[in-house]
Design a protein. Structure first.
Length: 254
């Protein structure tokens, strides 16, 4: 079981562009200041825009990083590590049994139980496998990301799927109550569907906002009645669909 900690930015500035960036930077500074082990040997580095500030904060610590290996969650993440002058080691080349001291990453939305939606940047399988291999997973989220329930502001669950199975997965997602799941397009429409670092597709699957533990304890049904799910139940149901590599719901799991 990995421990999820979500670091919220300490201030709630207006959502102007620069205020949001300052908020990400502030959250990253707190996360690294509180959770980066000074003698870290293996550190996971996630993907997205917030993680840039995490790397900045690691550099600003001024600790000796010469013997530390940084494990990326995708191409962008690897470039970030290298351009910061740190040593990148791909997940599949780590010595067998290596456990990361800590892994940092961003999130698209976080609920009150600290479950996260991830995959907005399409790296979710590698993000999850790196998180799973860490003693501690630190999710750094600015003030916009925390919501009472998942799928409040962020509207769809990213799911990484084998291209050959994409249409079958879409019909199974509809059976679970997803409204209009779609294959994510690449930035240039001419290139067709976006491909992940694994060569897979991403399906964005909208669902109704998901229940948290308090809702279940209060007697609500989280088993998909009327398309309403508890986070862990829906994550498991999606993962069971043949053709799904990984689902962008991060909750306490092994
Ligand atoms: C990429 C991710 C990112 O961590 C998530 O999208 C957050 O990104 P940002 O820090 O840019 O808001 O899951 O797949």
């Amino acid at each position: 079981l990995f421990r999820v900690r979500t670091i919220q930015s300490p201030q709630r500035p207006q959502s102007t562009m620069s205020a949001v960036e300052e908020s990400k930077r502030a959250a990253a500074k707190v996360a690294v200041g509180n959770h980066y082990p000074k003698d870290a040997r293996w550190v996971g580095i996630g993907s997205g825009t917030t993680i840039v500030y995490v790397v900045e904060a690691i550099k600003a610590l001024g600790v000796d990083t010469s013997a530390t290996k940084y494990v990326p969650t995708g191409y962008q993440s690897k470039q970030l590590i290298i351009s910061a002058g740190l040593t990148a080691v791909e997940f599949d080349t780590m010595p067998l049994g290596t456990v990361l001291d800590v892994a940092f990453d961003g999130a698209d939305e976080v609920d009150e139980d600290l479950n996260c939606i991830k995959g907005g940047g399409a790296c979710l399988f590698q993000e999850k496998i790196v998180a799973m291999q860490a003693k501690e997973f630190i999710c750094v989220a600015d003030h916009r990301k925390l919501q009472p329930r998942l799928l409040t502001n962020w509207k769809a669950i990213p799911i990484e799927v084998a291209p050959i199975a994409a249409h079958r997965v879409i019909s199974k997602l509809k059976e679970l109550g997803s409204i209009d799941p779609t294959i994510r397009a690449s930035a240039s429409a001419k290139e067709g569907p976006l491909k992940t670092d694994q060569g897979f597709f991403i399906i964005d699957a909208p669902f109704k906002s998901m229940l948290i533990k308090a809702d279940i304890e209060a007697g609500q049904d989280g088993n998909g009645k009327d398309g309403v799910w508890a986070v862990d139940v829906l994550a498991r149901k999606i993962k069971e669909i043949v053709g799904v590599l990984e689902v962008g719901i991060f909750h306490g799991q092994t």
